[in-house]
Ligand binder design. Structure first.
Ligand code: ADP
Length: 354
C-alpha cells in the first residue's frame, strides 16, 4: 500500500477485505464446511467436482488435478480441503509466494505420500522455474533433482507417487498455458447471491451458537459483497455489537447499527469502494481512466483495486471496464448522490474474465 491514508482505508484488514488477515484464520477454520454437501451455492462447480471425485474413487485412482479460480473469499481453500476430505487423502498446503525457488518445490514434491492432495494457493505467483518443475511433475509424476553445482551438476530424475494438485488463483488469466493445460478440471467460482449468503450466515450463526433473526441475517447477507468470508466477518461484528452495545440480540437493529459503525453501506460497499467510485466520478469526470491512474488517486496498489475492488463493482453495475479504461456507470453516480453528466458515460464493457 502507498499513500497517506492507506492504512486507514484498507482494504487489507478492513471489514470488507475479501482476504483473510492472519488472526482471523482460526475463526474461519471453525466455520469452514467440511464436506461437499455442506458447501453452500456454486451448484455447477459442486456437481462437476463431485463427478470427478466419484469417478476417481470408483477407479481407485487419484483425481485429476483441479484448478479453482475466482475472487478471494469465495471458497477455494475450503473446496481444496473438502476434496481431500471427500477422498480421505492427506492434504499439504502451500502457496505460490511461499515457494521462492524450484528447490523448495522439489522438497515438497519429493516428500508427498501416495494419493496426497497438494493445495497451492495463489498458484499464479509461482516463480517461473518452479512453475516448469510443477507441470512436469503434474504430467509425468517425476521431478528432476539437481545434485552438485556448476559443471559437475547432474540432474537425477526422481519418480513420484500419484498425487493431486489443487491450484487456486484469483487471476486465471495470468497462468501460462502449459500449466493451465495440466489441470483436468477447472472450476470458476462466482459471487454468491443473497439467498446463498443468507444460508451461509444462518449456518455460521448455528456454528457460533448464537441466535439471529431472519431479517438480521438477510441484512448481513445483502451487504456482504457476494462473499462468504465477508458474510462471516460481518456476522461476528454484529455479534460483538449486540453483546457490547446492544441487548445481546442479533436482530435488525444490531445488524444495521454494527454495519453503520463499520461503514458498510446498503449495497455492501466500504470506504475504499466508495472512494474508487468517487475518484472516478469527481476527479476523472466518470472516466474512462486507466486502472493504475485510478489506483494512485485512491492511494492503493493497482493489484488491490483490480482483484479486490473492481470485480464486485463491475458485477453490481457500478463500474465498467472498457478498452479505453474504467468508467463510472449511471448507478455509481446515483449511489454517491451525484448528478450524472448529460451524455452517457457508459461505454461498451470489455468482454472477458477478470
Ligand atoms: P478463498 O480460498 O477463495 O479465499 P476460503 O475457502 O478461505 O476462500 O473461504 C473463506 C471463508 O468463507 C471460509 O472460512 C468459509 O467458512 C466460508 N465459505 C466459503 N465458501 C463457503 C460456502 N460455499 N459455504 C459456506 N461457507 C463458505
Amino acid at each position: 500500500m502507498n499513500g497517506p491514508d492507506a492504512e486507514e482505508q484498507g482494504p487489507p484488514g478492513s471489514l470488507t477485505d475479501p482476504q483473510a488477515v492472519p488472526p482471523e484464520r482460526a475463526a474461519e477454520a471453525a466455520l469452514r464446511p467440511k464436506r461437499l454437501d455442506e458447501f453452500v451455492g456454486q451448484q455447477v462447480v459442486r456437481d462437476q467436482l463431485s463427478l470427478v471425485l466419484d469417478a476417481a474413487t470408483a477407479r481407485e485412482r487419484s483425481p485429476e488435478h483441479v484448478l479453482l479460480s475466482g475472487p478471494p473469499g469465495l471458497g477455494k481453500t475450503t473446496l481444496a480441503m473438502i476434496i481431500a476430505a471427500e477422498i480421505s487423502a492427506p492434504l499439504r498446503i502451500t502457496s505460490g509466494p511461499a515457494i521462492q525457488h524450484a528447490g523448495d518445490l522439489a522438497a515438497i514434491l519429493s516428500s508427498l505420500d501416495e494419493g496426497e492432495v497438494l493445495f497451492i494457493d495463489e498458484i499464479h505467483r509461482l516463480a517461473r522455474p518452479a512453475e516448469e518443475m510443477l507441470y512436469i511433475a503434474m504430467e509425468d509424476f517425476r521431478v528432476d533433482v539437481v545434485v552438485g553445482k556448476g559443471v559437475g551438476a547432474t540432474s537425477i530424475p526422481l519418480e513420484l507417487p500419484p498425487f493431486t494438485v489443487v491450484g487456486a488463483t484469483t487471476r486465471a488469466g495470468l497462468l501460462p498455458a502449459p500449466l493451465r493445460d495440466r489441470f483436468g478440471f477447472v472450476g470458476h467460482l462466482d459471487f454468491y447471491d443473497a439467498g446463498e449468503l443468507l444460508q451461509v450466515v444462518q449456518r455460521s450463526a448455528q456454528r457460533l451458537e448464537v441466535e439471529i433473526t431472519a431479517d438480521a441475517a438477510g441484512e448481513i447477507a445483502s451487504r456482504s459483497r457476494g462473499t462468504p468470508r465477508i458474510a462471516n466477518r460481518l456476522l461476528r461484528r454484529v455479534r460483538d455489537w449486540a453483546q457490547v452495545r446492544g441487548d445481546g440480540n442479533l436482530d435488525l437493529i444490531a445488524a444495521r447499527a454494527a454495519l453503520e459503525v463499520y461503514e458498510v453501506d446498503q449495497r455492501g460497499l466500504d470506504r475504499l469502494d466508495r472512494s474508487v467510485l468517487s475518484a472516478l466520478c469527481t476527479r476523472f469526470a466518470g472516466g474512462p481512466v486507466g486502472l493504475s491512474t485510478l489506483a494512485v488517486a485512491v492511494g492503493e496498489e493497482t493489484e488491490t483495486v483490480e482483484t479486490m475492488v473492481e470485480p464486485y463493482l463491475v458485477r453490481e453495475g457500478f463500474l465498467l471496464r472498457t478498452p479505453r479504461g474504467r468508467s463510472a456507470a449511471r448507478a455509481a453516480w446515483e449511489h454517491l448522490g451525484l448528478a450524472p453528466p448529460e451524455s452517457g458515460t457508459e461505454t461498451a464493457p470489455m468482454l472477458g474474465r477478470f
